[in-house]
Design a binder for this molecule. Structure first.
Ligand code: PGA
Length: 712
């Protein structure tokens, strides 16, 4: 049985009205917005083979360890001869940094080539084009080998391209070089490049344009992290990556088929957790809708959108049956020739009976999902009604940006009464920030991803930081020195520290983030207390925290508020320092109509809990006694991440935000009658504020960098 080529699928899609409902076009038109592309005919840009295309105060603690739906399309065979000469590849095997030796790479290439040749002569895979993406050093020999064994049926691509054509860029491989070594296309923006090598959207766009300029076709990889999915911002993340990645790419380039999109949810890559067909279809349809808004319907219909993330022979048929899934980008399974060959010969429902059976299965799944969603909505409405208890609607006001710091993921604002300044972090941006409200904000790079920061008693320009691997310690912005207090975080588990805050007696309470971040993951993350006098972390709640947030304390210090963001509920726990947390009481549940989830939170002097609702573009104050939202601060971006109260009179709300549409520090006046409390400092015996250590903040050596200042 054979599958339809991506090109033919796209053509078919453009001929038949899709029955899957389209999402509305994205709000913001991308810079590259262009009208309908001219001819839909694709022109070869590439050669003949391209078809397939110290802790607080003076105390010195020794570093310690932790103690503890749409109906499927009917596919038909497309004879090879009818395919356009530059069909995009349907099944692409990304070998990543594998295998270890050239010999193994050539052995794999021979098997893939032979399988493609065999499939073509059987009539199977008649319309499928196949590509492999070996590591750069193997590109030329693999291309050569595939010419011999694959008869030109397997395209070869590069995993990355440099932005410049040539020059003094040690270690880089440019697009013209890769092309001359045999590459016909290139991946850009793979999530591993983004996460491990710092490729941001601007770099991805420059690479994509460099590839096109050199005559390589490009596969632009986009996709959300699990945190972003659970915050309900998947489509926004993908739309931003498309808008930025495709900036300057015109409709003619798109219509020519020079760019394919690979939707690769980060949580599915290499995890064995493949997106369900319904999940993939929704995002693919949203991406196509974005393309329609940018380039017009005809072009959007012609663009190939591949799915990537733990694709297996078992999963491929159902994925490829989705109307907007045109191909697959395969990592792990592409290293086994047999598995990859099966993926490349995915089976589509080619008869009426198969199509009907698939449609019935699809309808049943949709009905099950709808029933589950209705149950959840009922439960949610009941919880909201119970907690709201009637009453007046919240008082609404607005926040404005006060520091355009462009944080990838701003977090953890804390106001120091002693220093009269705000500290916060850019979590994955690995930075500690400090701002006195008047001079330019100051930032300094941290050695690792940081979960949160806290004040340190008696210190100046120094904060407690919780780092991904090095653990928890103090970081001096003047010297850049990190002094560990606890030198590891949940050793052996795939977690990192996330949200934390100092309780009212100077102890630091911190909880984790599960990097795999799914309900059934073995890895877990607990809640810990680092005693004010130092020592080891004391586990106060067992694991299964997926994304800790909203940690803050009632004015009397006997209640701790906490939220595991995917659960979308704020809980209150009876709290005594170091003692296990018992059962939590649900204080507030996020209404079903609001996207996202509760993120960082802070209490005010009147006992209200201010929560940043990431994904919902607002900070809400809930009265824990009634569960009622009394005030709302709206932001011009969707993703506020945390909040605190600061300023000389503790009457200003400071709100951190994150990309894609935020990133700045925002502020809003506290509503009349409400005030903040001094933020407790780690190591202080009580909430009493200690005097700083004497060294003036001005001792920071700084260099100007636009609107803020880097500590040298
Ligand atoms: P995976 O990788 O199939 O191993 O999840 C996909 C990719 O990274 O492209």
């Amino acid at each position: 049985m054979a599958a339809l080529s991506a090109r033919a699928r796209a053509t078919q899609r453009s001929r038949t009205a899709r029955s899957a409902p389209r999402r509305p076009a994205p709000r913001a038109a991308p810079r590259c917005a262009a009208r309908e592309g001219g001819g839909a005919r694709r022109e070869a840009l590439v050669g003949a083979n391209a078809r397939a295309a110290a802790p607080p105060t003076a105390r010195a603690h020794a570093a310690r360890r932790i103690s503890h739906p749409a109906p499927p399309r009917t596919h038909r065979l497309t004879p090879l001869a009818l395919r356009a000469a530059v069909d995009p590849v349907d099944a692409v095997g990304n070998w990543k940094c594998n295998p270890e030796s050239l010999g193994e790479a050539l052995a794999l290439a021979r098997l893939v080539g032979a399988a493609a040749r065999g499939a073509a002569s059987d009539g199977a895979a008649g319309g499928v084009t196949v590509g492999v993406v070996p590591p750069a050093p193997f590109l030329a020999p693999v291309a050569e080998c595939l010419r011999e064994f694959g008869g030109g049926r397997v395209a070869v691509g590069a995993q990355d391209v440099h932005t410049e054509r040539a020059g003094a860029y040690t270690g880089a491989a440019s697009a013209p070089q890769l092309r001359s070594a045999g590459a016909q296309f290139a991946l850009v923006g793979h999530s591993e490049r983004r996460a491990l090598f710092g490729d941001d959207d601007e770099a991805v766009n420059a690479k994509l344009r460099a590839a096109l300029a050199a005559g390589l076709r490009a596969i632009l990889c986009v996709g959300e992290t699990l945190e972003e999915r659970e915050l309900g911002v998947t489509d926004a993340v993908v739309a931003t990556q498309l808008a930025k990645g495709l900036a300057g790419v015109d409709a003619a380039q798109m219509a020519a088929g020079n760019v394919a999109i690979a939707y690769e949810p980060v949580w599915a890559i290499g995890t064995g957790r493949v997106a369900t067909p319904a999940q993939a279809q929704l995002v693919h349809a949203a991406a196509r809708s974005w393309l329609e808004g940018a380039y017009g319907r005809a072009v959007a219909d012609s663009v190939v959108i591949q799915y990537g993330g733990s694709v297996t022979p078992e999963a491929v048929d159902e994925l490829m049956a989705c109307p907007d899934v045109d191909g697959v980008l395969v990592g792990g399974a592409s290293l086994k020739a047999e598995a990859f060959a099966r993926i490349a010969t995915f089976r589509s429902p080619s008869t009426e009976a198969e199509a009907a059976a698939a449609a019935a299965a699809h309808a049943q799944r949709a009905a099950e999902n709808a029933a589950r969603a209705a149950d959840a909505a009922r439960a949610n409405a009941a919880a909201v009604a119970a907690s709201a208890g009637g009453g007046a609607p919240p008082v609404v006001s607005h926040a404005t940006e006060v520091v355009p710091c462009g944080n990838v993921l701003g977090e953890s604002p804390v106001w120091s009464v002693a220093e009269q300044c705000l500290y916060w972090v850019s979590s994955v941006g690995k930075e500690l920030w400090r701002w006195d409200g008047a001079s330019p904000a100051v930032r300094r790079g941290l050695p690792e991803v940081v979960g949160c920061c806290a004040l340190v008693a008696g210190a100046n320009s120094t904060a407690l930081v919780a780092l991904e691997h090095r653990g928890i310690g103090t970081f001096d912005m003047r010297t850049g020195a990190f002094s560990p207090i606890v030198d590891a975080w949940e050793p052996g588990q795939n977690t990192r520290p996330n949200d934390g805050r100092v309780d009212r007696e100077g102890n630091f309470v911190i909880a984790g983030y599960n990097n795999i971040h799914r309900a059934d993951a073995l890895e877990s993350s607990g809640v810990y207390c680092l005693p004010a006098e130092g020592g080891e972390l004391v586990r106060i709640r067992d694991g299964n925290v997926r994304c800790s947030n909203a940690t803050c304390f009632s004015p009397d210090g006997t209640t701790m508020y906490f939220c595991d963001t995917p659960q979308r509920r704020l809980l209150a726990y009876a709290y005594a320092p170091g003692a296990p947390l018992g059962e939590g009481r649900v204080v507030w549940e996020m209404p079903a109509g609001l996207a996202g989830g509760p993120d960082g939170a802070q209490t005010d002097a009147q006992g209200g809990v201010w929560m940043a609702l990431s994904g919902a573009g607002r900070v809400s104050r809930v009265d824990p006694a009634t569960g009622r939202v009394t005030h709302e601060i709206r932001l011009p971006c969707d993703m506020p991440t945390s909040v605190t109260v600061g300023g000389a009179d503790l009457d200003t709300l400071y709100i951190t935000t994150r990309k894609p549409d935020g990133g700045g520090l925002f502020a809003a006046p506290m509503p009349a009658g409400l005030r903040g409390l001094p933020e407790p400092e780690y190591g202080a015996p009580s909430t009493k504020q200690n005097a700083p250590d004497g060294a003036p903040a001005a001792a920071l050596t700084t260099t100007t960098n636009g609107m803020f200042v880097d500590v040298a």
